[in-house]
Design a protein around this ligand. Structure first.
Ligand SMILES: Cc1cc2nc3c(=O)[nH]c(=O)nc-3n(C[C@H](O)[C@H](O)[C@H](O)COP(=O)(O)OP(=O)(O)OC[C@H]3O[C@@H](n4cnc5c(N)ncnc54)[C@H](O)[C@@H]3O)c2cc1C
Length: 626
């Protein structure tokens, strides 16, 4: 039976829920949308949320107050009052304080000298872009999790990214020594499937089974427990047991062409013999990997996504990478790539964390009051949304909104390290073809919700380290333990407070429409959701999954941080939705062309949602400046 809000503990005081009455936005006629109260809560015994954003809980990521100015400009064409000229001029202004913007500032100093005066403008109340640290102190000991980007995909690093990592003191071997987190296949338990009552009629937790890896033994017995029709269960059993080549007799090129034309879920039905119901269970499995459902990815793209497919070509393994939940060759900091952002900020503005280096970074608290000091050659200004950038004989001028004021600064150069879709609104003078290319790059919405649990007793009892949830908003959930490095420890044996990370992307209402329309519809749905919607969602899942093992949903949740990424992954081209562009004519190649003293970075410029791509594009953008 569906629990009401009281039984779910919605009335429990997990956070001190402050509504931020943003008077400055109101003064511009930009009220916060109804129902999107900002939950900037204090974190209990730890540092104060007022001066230290990483401990803020509630609605984070694209938090209220961060996006209203940009939306008013881009969606409503709002005209802002004439700017006030500040008596500040710089060598470089960077728009966007994500990894790409921070790396651009770093490379600029390297190219033009350490005395270069640089201003980084960022619309959020914290730096890092998608690289955000979620820091919890509610249970006493500090616990860390990732607000967004976490994997360092080191095998794909360019020489220059490796060089930057070395300069920042990042050693992949050291990170790997302390890396015992494995996306749901940790030492304390394997991946599971959670079928929820609202979608499937009853709550069922099937341990030691995942869509990716299936199960080594007793597979049929595990699938027999799935609360779906018998026909669908039988189709799944037959699917996982198969090892024949469904394409026997076809040439390699025929098979390749076919795999690029068919969606993964259609492939599962047509060649894997799954029923519609069984195939649909796989849709959310690729959300975290690609930001889109498996029904919008080609079967060829899914070969790289560690989902079961290779066994239908006669391979002994289910997937190209051996069908695991482990997530490939990656290294990780305890707060994910927020550490890279913090190392860059520390290198640019040493006063923020004088004693910190890579070896103790996870425990270091940054002094945010030092980010924007007049005497510092590099300044990082938060809560500042850029609304206009123009280029002229004397250099560039940059207008932004901060705390309700419309302000302008001048700079010799400007690097746009922000999302490409906003650039046509910031620089209306760009060539039409370039603006159209930028608008093509619609980012994929994503969602990372961290929930701090009082202890991990129920999780340990069930021997869980993660679960797929085919019927829920977040398609996967992982126990966050075992990234023991850079001064931080959270052993798998520690039964104390534990973050669990819910990972997902809003399933679009209609996945037959073009993929960018799907993203826009998902984004609208994501932005319309309130904190209470997310809270109810994670409480429902935790109660159904862990309740039978003694988890008390009213008592055992200490904090919730929703990292809502309305503009998440950079748009990468997809087999089913994009043409094959001739070299030099792909939208991202046109979008990033320099324009006088303005150059363009961000992972969008590489059309790949990776931290190393964001860095490579920053280096290129600095190199293009005269
Ligand atoms: C949930 C999630 C998980 C991810 N996981 C991984 C991973 O594990 N590994 C990996 O390599 N990559 C991952 N990524 C991809 C990630 O996008 C990149 O790794 C990288 O962080 C992108 O950096 P960026 O600087 O290009 O963009 P962003 O991080 O988006 O930074 C751009 C910044 O510009 C700001 N901005 C935009 N417009 C304006 C304006 N008008 N004025 C001022 N500021 C503005 C934005 O708010 C933002 O802070 C993940 C992304 C998401 C969303």
């Amino acid at each position: 039976m569906k629990k009401n809000d009281r039984l779910l503990g919605m009335d429990r005081d997990i956070t001190r829920r402050d509504f931020i009455h943003d008077l400055s936005l109101a003064s511009l006629g930009l009220a916060l949308p109804a129902g999107t109260a900002a939950h900037a809560a204090d974190s209990g015994s730890g540092p104060s949320a007022a001066g230290y954003p990483p401990v803020r809980t509630g609605m984070r990521g694209s938090h209220p107050g961060a996006f209203e100015v940009a939306h008013a400009l881009a969606r409503e064409g709002k005209a802002f009052p004439a700017p006030t000229d500040l008596d500040e001029s710089y060598d470089l202004v960077v728009v966007g304080g994500g990894i790409s913007g921070l790396a651009a500032a770093y490379y600029y100093r390297r190219r033009f000298g350490p005395d270069s005066r640089i201003l980084i403008l960022e619309n959020h109340d914290d730096f890092g872009g998608h690289a955000k640290r979620n820091e919890f102190h509610q249970g006493g000991r500090m616990r860390l999790s990732w607000g967004g980007t976490m994997n360092l995909e080191y095998p794909y690093f360019s020489e220059e990214v490796n060089e930057l990592m070395a300069e920042l003191g990042v050693n992949i071997d050291t990170l790997l020594e302390g890396y015992h987190f494995r996306y749901g296949s940790g030492p304390k338990g394997e991946h599971a499937m959670f079928f929820d009552a609202e979608t499937f009629g009853r709550d069922v937790l099937v341990q030691d089974f995942s869509f990716r890896a299936g199960r080594e033994t007793d597979l049929d017995h595990a699938i027999d427990r799935f609360p779906i029709s018998e026909a669908s269960r039988e189709s799944l059993k037959a699917f996982y047991a198969r090892r024949d080549n469904v394409f026997a007799g076809k040439s390699e090129s025929e098979v390749k062409a076919l795999l690029k034309r068919i969606s993964y879920t259609d492939f599962l039905k047509q060649y894997g013999g799954l029923t519609d119901e069984a195939a649909n269970l796989f849709i959310r499995v690729t959300h975290g990997y690609a930001g889109v459902g498996a029904d919008s990815l080609s079967a060829a793209e899914c070969i790289g996504a560690s989902v079961p497919i290779m066994h239908l070509f006669g391979s002994p393994n289910l997937s190209g990478s051996g069908a695991t939940d482990a997530g490939g060759d990656v290294a990780m900091f305890p707060d994910g790539n927020a550490s890279i952002a913090r190392l860059l900020v520390r290198a640019l503005i040493p006063a923020v964390a004088p004693g910190a280096d890579a070896s103790n970074l996870a425990l270091a608290q940054f002094d945010y009051s030092k980010l924007d000091e007049p005497d510092s050659p590099v300044r990082l200004r938060l809560e500042s949304t850029v609304i206009n950038v123009t280029d002229g004989q004397a250099g560039t001028s940059v207008t932004y909104v901060n705390d309700g004021r419309v302000l302008r600064v001048n700079a010799k150069h400007t690097i746009l390290a922000c999302y490409h879709v906003i650039i046509p609104h910031l620089c209306p003078d760009l060539p039409e073809e370039q603006k159209a290319a930028q608008k093509y790059q619609v980012k994929r919405p994503l969602l990372v919700t961290n929930v701090l649990l009082r202890d991990s007793k129920a999780i340990d009892k069930l021997e869980l380290s993660g679960a797929y949830c085919p019927g829920r908003l977040h398609g996967a959930v992982w126990v966050v333990k075992g990234v023991d490095t850079m001064g931080y420890r959270h052993d798998w044996d520690d039964a104390g407070t534990v973050p669990v990370m819910f990972w997902g992307s809003v399933t679009p209402p209609d996945s037959s429409v073009p993929v960018k329309e799907q993203h826009r519809a998902s984004r609208a749905a994501l932005l319309a959701m309130t904190f209470e919607d997310f809270e109810r969602e994670v409480r429902t899942v935790l109660d159904g999954m862990l309740g039978p093992a003694g988890f008390d949903v009213r008592e055992d949740i200490l904090a919730i941080t929703v990292n809502r990424w309305s503009h998440g992954y950079a748009y990468g081209y997809l087999d089913l939705w994009d043409p094959e562009w001739p070299k030099g004519e792909a939208p991202h190649e046109i979008a990033k062309k320099p324009f006088g003293n303005i150059t363009i970075a961000n992972s969008d410029a590489g059309a790949e949602a990776y931290t190393h791509v964001a860095i490579d594009e920053a280096r290129r953008a600095v190199g293009e400046l005269d």
